[in-house]
Write a protein that binds this ligand. Structure first.
Ligand SMILES: C=C(O[C@H]1C=CC=C(C(=O)O)[C@@H]1O)C(=O)O
Length: 376
């Protein structure tokens, strides 16, 4: 009962922010129930090029897959930082209202199935010719209508459905808005520990079926590429002492993945962390190997701009702590619309039909909640 009351308040705060065009972030970390909200009073949003420049700041970052003029990296201040609210605070929020140019944001079109198969064929040509080891192909699953007023409630539903995910909702009025439930940590630094994970390889979860699976060689190899890459980044950054746990099977909504955890107590300055983050991103879980060749192939073959899909987002603190997650199982919210972005790792052994189905399973993370929500 008390919990319902708190959720209603969170919904009221987010709905007020949306109505007043306030820039905000809301998130729930994996394995917690606590929802954090940060609100910036004005629309003077900070673009950054180097993560190291954010040293000493508290707020939230949202970085694109591949930084460009149209899609820069953003930092959102937390002028109001709410983890519990009272009615006065909601009242106080109403003092701040931004006006924005309400030009209709065109929703991004969903991709045709035929286009996906043409694109995967182009990837397979290069992979089979030995030019690359792995590359991630993504697509846009659907465009769907959703009323702006339902967004806060949808975010809360995602928080409830995915306790193990990093569930996040960001709105930058006049710029963009994204919501997702990510299973993948990019980089976390808390107390004296820094962590990252290698997450890749996917199988669907069927009801009544054990989570422990026999993984195929394609999945084992694609996840090992990510692990090896992380170990190279650690080595390049003089991190020799670290704990490596895995690979083991984890569930993420309607799919399971292979995961390896990497934890270190290395003494890292904010600059060191920043160097590691930019070396990790984009990992071979969302881009490919070798990185530059994969990025180039993605840009040549994919017909959409990934924008903030496969970028990263999360809170940072003035004391240098941060918790950044890869923006996966995610959707872009435009006026009365949402567009889901999904992808998967392609290697020379990939079977196109299986890869297509894998993206459909991944899309269920959000779709299963959206559809239930729509029905009510
Ligand atoms: C690129 C995505 O997932 C990545 C993370 C886990 C497993 C993946 C895979 O099996 O292909 C992907 O590398 C996505 O969800 O859009």
């Amino acid at each position: 009962m008390k919990e319902d009351f708190a959720l209603k308040k969170i919904e009221a705060v987010l709905t007020t922010c949306l109505a007043n065009h306030l820039a905000f972030y809301a998130y729930k970390r994996p394995n917690t129930q606590q929802i954090e909200i940060g609100i910036q009073k004005d629309l003077d949003l900070l673009k950054y090029t180097d993560f190291a420049d954010l040293e000493g700041l508290s707020g939230f970052v949202m970085a694109p897959f591949d930084s460009n003029q149209q899609h820069p990296s953003w930092f959102i201040r937390d002028d109001f930082n709410f983890s519990s609210f009272n009615d006065d605070e909601i009242e106080r929020l109403n003092q701040y209202k931004n006006t924005i140019d309400e030009k209709e944001q065109k929703p991004i079109a969903a991709q045709k199935e035929d286009d996906y198969f043409t694109q995967i064929a182009a990837f397979l040509d290069e992979l089979k010719a030995g030019k690359l080891e792995k590359v991630i192909l993504s697509r846009i699953q659907l465009e769907k209508e959703i009323s702006d007023v339902k967004r806060a409630a949808l975010f809360l539903q995602l928080c409830q459905h995915y306790p193990q995910a990093f569930v996040s909702f960001v709105s930058l009025p006049g710029v963009c808005s994204w919501m997702g439930a990510s299973p993948e940590l990019l980089f976390k630094s808390q107390n004296s520990f820094s962590e990252t994970v290698a997450l890749a390889g996917t199988m669907p979860v069927y009801q009544g079926c054990s989570l422990e699976r026999e993984w195929g060689s394609k999945e084992i190899e694609e996840q090992a590429f990510v692990s090896d890459y992380i170990e190279r980044v650690f080595k390049d950054n003089a991190i020799c002492a670290y704990e490596k746990i895995g690979p083991y099977t984890v569930q993420a909504g309607q799919v399971v993945h292979l995961k390896t955890d990497f934890k270190t107590q290395a003494d890292l300055s904010f600059k060191d962390k920043s160097k590691i983050i930019s070396a990790l991103h984009p990992t071979p879980a969302v881009c490919g190997l070798p990185k530059i060749k994969a990025l180039d192939l993605i840009k040549r073959v994919e017909t959409h701009d990934r924008e903030y899909y496969a970028g990263f987002w999360g809170p940072i603190h003035a004391n240098g702590e941060c918790a950044l997650y890869v923006n996966l199982r995610t959707m872009k919210l435009s006026k009365n619309h949402l567009s889901l972005f999904v992808g998967g790792g392609i290697t020379a052994d990939s079977i196109p039909q299986k890869e297509w189905e894998e993206t459909q399973h991944k899309a269920q993370t959000l779709l299963s909640v959206i559809n239930k929500f729509d029905a009510n």
